[in-house]
Design a binder for this molecule. Structure first.
Ligand SMILES: NC(=O)C1=CN([C@@H]2O[C@H](COP(=O)(O)OP(=O)(O)OC[C@H]3O[C@@H](n4cnc5c(N)ncnc54)[C@H](O)[C@@H]3O)[C@@H](O)[C@H]2O)C=CC1
Ligand SMILES: O=C(O)CCC(=O)C(=O)O
Length: 502
């Protein structure tokens, strides 16, 4: 479909102008890998014959851009959902009035975070919590500590989280938060000082029945521990106010593994629809953090071969595959030594390292020949050129481990070439699902076994797959998991909002 061929695009020419100039002119430096963000293009996200954008969707999209013209990631996430849920309003016209509500956070909290560095100097960062939607339960979603953090990124993440949490079948609303703090190069004491100051303020706005944060980029077990300790001091309460806690103080077994494992369980289900499996498949993974590590582990356990990993400095390609022993090296490198992925290629002769080159229009990682690709690093790390390379390299399945790693145009390219594509809100939902299980265990004051949690996680991923697959069929877009996930996720939230008087 040509860029201007969509009736919605024609109807929203003004929106497109605002967004394109906003994205390319003002936000290019913030785009992943330093590239200009893709201009908005009409997609094949909605299948042939499906309804085009109705006026309510167009107005909601225009409203989002008009209210916050400087939030390109948020526009992108909203657009991807709204473009695909139009057919819902043919069946349930009254639900369309929820669009302006669902695209506006219930509450945004912004605060300063003062802390002292190793030299005793005062530093100040900016902290946030976006409480997006509480129709299904307490706000739930991670905290991100990364220098790029801003309201656009956190609102996109919080928006995605609402539909993701809905898909898990567990009672959780959606939220996200974080700070523009860079943990890279900081000592444990500096990270602790930051986390304590961050939680001193955040503790006023969260609670086990209100808002239950967890980890995300730059926030793992260490940071959750420091924040939990501070919450306890400030509030004098030992409650499940955070998930991703250590096993010793109320964490759940399998939570560290859950996002990566869940992603691979989802991909298994997708392959099964084609009578295929991961056995013998070559797999590209990006990132080398929590999600990437456990996706790699599960793929290997299921007989696949992961050949790439990356970080913000570049990527490694290991033609022999990253087996359990090599993965243990990566885990120590990243989780303990906090070193760079290049070290992998120094240690293993079968591997090469290629430094990131932000001037290139594509990331060479996605040009490696493979069967399956699992982007697990960050948003907009797979652009249109990368998607073309994936198709040319023979990739049959793309499962998003990160949140929104594929641009809209990359997604369209994959769908147009019949690549099975799983959007993050479905395929990476295992992490938050396991967080939901951690909340249940905390309420029950019980700890379930590893096997029990893993089997619950596996079942939830199967259910999410089923919901996305069957909803796509029901709405005339068979095999389109973007349509299926967005509609299934939206319907539950919309019904709950209506029942609560919106
Ligand atoms: N941890 C979780 O449970 C969940 C995480 N996610 C998403 O998965 C993605 C990864 O998160 P985690 O593994 O938890 O974080 P992490 O902090 O453990 O790892 C992040 C990884 O991404 C890489 N990375 C970050 N920015 C990059 C850039 N600009 N270019 C290349 N690589 C970059 C880092 O080097 C690191 O390897 C994020 O998009 C996050 O939102 C989604 C669902 C749950
Ligand atoms: O476990 C959680 O609550 C948060 C997970 C998360 O941030 C995500 O799904 O993106």
């Amino acid at each position: 479909m040509g860029e201007m061929a969509s009736s919605w695009m024609m109807g929203a020419a003004q929106l497109r102008r605002v967004a394109v100039s906003g994205w390319n002119a003002r936000w290019a430096p913030n785009a992943a890998r330093g590239w200009p963000l893709a201009p908005m293009g009409a997609g094949v996200l909605h299948a042939k014959g499906m309804a085009t954008m109705g006026p309510a969707v167009t107005a909601a999209l225009e409203g989002v851009v008009k209210r916050d013209p400087d939030q390109p990631e948020f526009h992108q996430a909203v657009r991807e959902v709204l473009e695909t849920i139009s057919p819902v309003f043919d069946r349930h016209p009254a639900m369309a009035e929820l669009l302006p509500l669902i695209t506006e956070p219930e509450r945004v909290i912004q605060f300063r975070v003062p802390w002292r560095d190793r030299n005793g100097n005062l530093q100040v960062n900016r902290g946030y919590r976006v409480q997006m939607n509480s129709a299904l339960g307490p706000y739930k979603g991670g905290l991100r500590f990364h220098p790029s953090v801003n309201l656009s990124i956190l609102k996109f993440l919080a928006f995605e989280q609402v539909f993701k949490n809905s898909l898990t079948t567990l009672p959780m609303g959606g939220g996200k938060g974080g700070a523009n703090f860079d943990p890279k190069g900081k000592s444990d004491l500096e990270v602790m000082a930051f986390c304590q100051s961050f939680m001193t303020e955040l503790s006023r706005h969260i609670g086990q029945f209100t808002d239950v944060p967890a980890g995300d980029i730059g926030v793992g077990g260490r940071e959750i521990g420091f924040m939990f300790g501070q919450y306890k001091k400030v509030r004098n309460e030992f409650v499940g106010v955070l998930t991703g806690k250590g096993i010793e103080y109320g964490g759940s077994l399998i939570r560290p593994e859950a996002t990566g494992y869940g992603l691979v369980y989802f991909v298994q289900e997708m392959l099964a629809t084609k009578s295929s499996s991961l056995k013998g498949k070559t797999v590209l993974v990006s990132g080398s953090g929590n999600v990437a590590q456990y996706a790699t582990e599960k793929v290997t356990q299921l007989g696949g071969k992961v050949v790439t990993l990356s970080d913000s400095s570049g990527f490694i390609y290991d033609k022999d595959g990253i087996d359990a022993e090599k993965l243990a090296f990566v885990m120590d490198l990243k989780n303990v030594k906090r070193g760079r992925i290049e070290e992998y290629a120094k240690k293993y002769r079968s591997a090469t390292f290629e430094a990131k080159d932000a001037s290139k229009a594509h990331n060479p990682l996605w040009a490696v020949k493979a069967d399956v690709a699992l982007p697990c690093a960050t948003q907009n790390e797979v652009m249109e050129e990368d998607a073309k390379n994936l198709v040319a390299g023979g990739v049959q399945v793309v499962g998003e481990g990160a949140n929104m790693p594929c641009s809209i145009q990359a997604t369209n390219t994959l769908l147009a070439n019949k690549v099975l594509f799983a959007p993050g809100k479905a395929s990476n939902a295992g992490g938050v699902a396991c967080s939901g299980l951690e909340m249940s265990q905390n309420s029950l004051r019980l700890s379930w076994t590893r096997e029990d949690v893993d089997s619950r996680l596996h079942n939830i991923m199967k259910e999410i797959h089923h919901a996305a697959y069957s909803t796509a069929e029901e709405y005339g877009a068979p095999g389109n998991y973007v349509v299926g996930s967005n509609i299934a996720g939206f319907l539950k939230v919309a019904r709950a909002m209506n029942q609560q008087g919106a």
